[in-house]
Design a binder for this molecule. Structure first.
Ligand code: SF4
Ligand code: F3S
Ligand code: ZN
Length: 103
């Protein structure tokens, strides 16, 4: 599962499509956490897809992650600024890869 304290326990390593990436990143095996308000641990995501299907405001898009051990696509929170904090994605992800900071 994603560490909900990732913003204290990890360092920002860069940005991707307008959101932060929290390391460590060692491609292609280790990809870190993408996003801050809507954060997806790419090393936990196994491309279930429920978050993409259920998000009412289409926060997520698939991104290719070839040669990652869990899955070769990931749910990327490209529209995290549009999140309405409904928490559906957090509830449906089977591996708890997503943290939404609704506070
Ligand atoms: Fe989408 Fe709701 Fe998840 Fe925000 S909390 S990313 S609106 S499903
Ligand atoms: Fe990945 Fe969970 Fe979405 S496994 S694709 S973050 S439902
Ligand atoms: Zn990203």
């Amino acid at each position: 599962a994603i560490d909900p304290q990732f913003d204290e326990n990890r360092e920002k390593e860069g940005t991707h499509k307008g959101h932060d990436v929290w390391g460590p990143v060692e491609e292609p095996e280790q990809l870190g956490i993408h996003g801050t308000h809507v954060a997806v641990d790419f090393d936990v995501c196994l491309a279930d897809g429920a978050c993409l299907e259920d998000c009412p405001v289409d926060v997520f898009e698939w991104v290719d992650t070839p040669d990652h051990p869990e899955s070769e696509i990931k749910a990327d929170p490209v529209n995290e600024a549009q999140c309405i904090d409904c928490m559906l994605c957090v509830d449906v992800c089977p591996v708890d890869a997503i943290d939404v900071d609704a506070s």
